[in-house]
Design a protein around this ligand. Structure first.
Ligand code: ZN
Length: 241
């Protein structure tokens, strides 16, 4: 089976549709999403509807949770808060309900999907270092934990001799090791590469490819500005920051 992995879409329809165009051509069998379908961008309904149509296995993101009214955003910065208030108004009933019902954790073929961390998913911690990642391995059972939230591609392998960070381009999942993996963000990459990030996992070859695809950033930016969302949310997309 081939799995398409899409995370941190953030209401960016142009980025999501560019990714889905590639994945549909490649006849991916199943879609996995570790959360944050909405927030920041101007197309929340279109993005949620697309994910629902894919019968994607989706975990709850922190922006999804706030947008659906499950929690308040005291920890959000000013721009994120403005965007999430706009999103709450814009979200249509069925899409809000879909987000509201999303579980914190999902299991697929022994993989754990979670937005932030397996240890305390509701605390929305960020895994950005080997030391931080290593502390998460005791908190899941299977070979792989797939997460999002940081908007940085990340691959960490744990074996009997300890853990190591891997080059996040193509990872071979070897028996006897466990993995913490993040394919980066579809709709708001922060690693300096503005192209949409996504992943393809081939369960026969046991490989996870970290992919990028260009999309129409100018149209996404115009929609963000036209919606009256903070200008910085449009500008950062050109820089991938
Ligand atoms: Zn996010």
């Amino acid at each position: 089976m081939r799995f398409g992995i899409i995370s941190d879409i953030h209401s960016n329809w142009e980025a999501l549709s560019a990714v889905l165009e590639v994945l549909e051509k490649e006849k991916v069998d199943r879609y996995l999403c570790p959360g944050d379908l909405v927030g920041y961008g101007a197309d929340p309904n279109r993005c949620v509807e697309a994910v629902r149509r894919l019968s994607c296995l989706t975990a709850l993101g922190n922006h999804d949770s706030v947008a659906a009214g499950r929690e308040e955003p005291p920890y959000f910065n000013l721009h994120a808060r403005k965007a999430i208030e706009w999103t709450r108004e814009a979200l249509e009933g069925e899409n809000r309900e879909y987000l509201k019902e999303l579980p914190m954790k999902r299991i697929e073929g022994g993989w754990l999907l979670v937005h932030a961390t397996p240890s305390e998913p509701e605390a929305w911690h960020y895994v950005l270092s080997e030391e931080r990642g290593a502390r998460e391995f005791p908190h899941f059972n299977g070979a792989v934990c797939l997460f999002g939230h940081t908007h940085y591609p990340y691959a960490q392998r744990m074996g009997s001799l300890g853990s190591v960070l891997l080059d996040s381009q193509k990872v071979l999942l070897e028996p006897g090791f466990r993995y913490l993996l993040n394919v980066g963000s579809v709709g708001q990459p922060r690693d300096g590469d503005p192209r949409a990030a996504y992943g393809v996992y081939d369960s026969e070859a046991m490989t996870l490819e970290f992919r990028r695809v260009e999309y129409d950033i100018a149209t996404t930016q115009k929609k963000i500005l036209d919606a009256g969302l903070p200008r910085i949310l449009a500008e950062r997309l050109s820089k991938g920051s």
